[in-house]
Design a protein around this ligand. Structure first.
Ligand SMILES: NC(=O)c1ccc[n+]([C@@H]2O[C@H](COP(=O)([O-])OP(=O)(O)OC[C@H]3O[C@@H](n4cnc5c(N)ncnc54)[C@H](O)[C@@H]3O)[C@@H](O)[C@H]2O)c1
Ligand SMILES: [Zn+2]
Length: 316
């Protein structure tokens, strides 16, 4: 667990666990590193864990990704189970078997695919999750509706979105991600639709990473989903009414992020980093309609700039 889930979540399950040892690392993505792994592997060694041991990862995506990676590599692999406690980790990181850590500034650069013994999710953990983190996870929930299920998208709340049936939402979102991942476990095709909003969103997220304008993942993805919904209208004929609806919903929930016009060129360049491309085109996942997504749509630097200008011109 991390320092926050140690305080907020561990007390909820401590009493029902069998005899165990526990370890908490300092919370935060900055600690999702090999340095922290070394501490975790050392702790496992000190405790004398062996192939009979079971590791339980209690926390958000950072805990699940790094704890799972440490378990999978220690003595060539211990069994582990995940108890994701943030909305993001419940609806996204909990499915798909991607484990790992950041390395020298590269996100999720070192890692493996491996499945936990099981994943246990309870919406009751969300009660202590900071509001901004809940909203960040909600971006992925909205994405699931947009790419795969129009009825689900229509059922999701825009006003008072904080109060809704999270248990049902988690179940539905997990089932969507599971269905997509099971059809394409290694991301050779269909799984790419889960990247909707992430080409532009990741670039916005990285651009402001070390600045005071720093955005949470879901906040950046909300910008990315508006920009990519715009690209969907120009590239694969997403109806204009759908773009309007998506933009209204996302602006209501996430507000408008000010992206200074002079930042657009640099953000655009970031979209073209570390993906297979010639520096001029990139493959995006875009919407045909609400509830249906297509992938490998070639988009140019110019198109990306235009989509960010479109976002910038929106009225908050
Ligand atoms: N493996 C995957 O497929 C996958 C998918 C998406 C994201 N991720 C990874 O997940 C990470 C992001 O996940 P995250 O947003 O959960 O980050 P996180 O683990 O840092 O959690 C966010 C914050 O919420 C706190 N927190 C979590 N649960 C809490 C609770 N119930 N009560 C109070 N505080 C709580 C954490 O301590 C942390 O401060 C990134 O590292 C990302 O790369 C992995
Ligand atoms: Zn995401």
């Amino acid at each position: 667990m991390d320092s926050n889930t140690h305080q907020a979540c561990y007390p909820l399950i401590q009493a029902v666990l069998p005899a165990h040892e526990h370890f908490a690392f300092e919370a935060g993505e900055v600690n999702k590193t090999l340095d922290t792994c070394q501490k975790i592997w050392q702790w496992m060694t000190d405790c004398g864990f062996d192939r009979q041991s079971l590791i339980i990862n209690l926390g958000g995506g950072v805990t699940g990704d790094m704890g799972g990676f440490c378990a999978s590599t220690y003595k060539r692999g211990l069994r582990f189970l995940n108890i994701p406690t943030s909305l993001l980790s419940q609806v996204d990181a909990s499915v798909g078997g991607k484990l790992g850590v950041d390395f020298n500034g590269f996100k999720n650069h070192i890692g493996v695919f491996n499945e936990p013994e099981s994943v246990i999710i309870s919406a009751s953990f969300l009660q202590t999750l900071p509001h901004s983190e809940l909203r960040s996870g909600y971006a992925e929930v909205l994405k699931h509706g947009l790419i795969r299920n129009e009825n689900y998208y229509n059922s999701l709340k825009t006003q008072n979105w904080e109060t809704q049936n999270w248990k049902d939402i988690i179940e539905k979102s997990v089932s969507i991600k599971k269905e997509v991942v099971s059809k394409d476990p290694k991301e050779e095709g269909l799984r790419k639709i889960l990247n909707f909003g992430h080409t532009v969103g990741h670039a916005v997220e990285s651009y402001y990473l070390d600045t005071e304008r720093h955005l949470l993942h879901g906040e950046a993805i909300a910008v990315g989903m508006i920009a990519e919904a715009y690209l969907s209208t120009t590239h694969i004929r997403l109806p204009k009414e759908d773009l309007e609806r998506i933009k209204d919903t996302l602006l209501t929930i996430f507000g408008k992020v000010e992206i200074p016009a002079e930042d657009i060129a640099s953000i655009t360049q970031l979209c073209f980093q570390d993906k297979k491309n010639d520096g001029k085109t990139i493959n995006c996942s875009l919407l045909k309609k609400i509830g249906e997504c297509d992938y490998n749509i070639a988009v140019s630097t110019d198109d990306i700039s235009k989509s960010l200008e479109y976002y910038n011109d929106l009225q908050p």
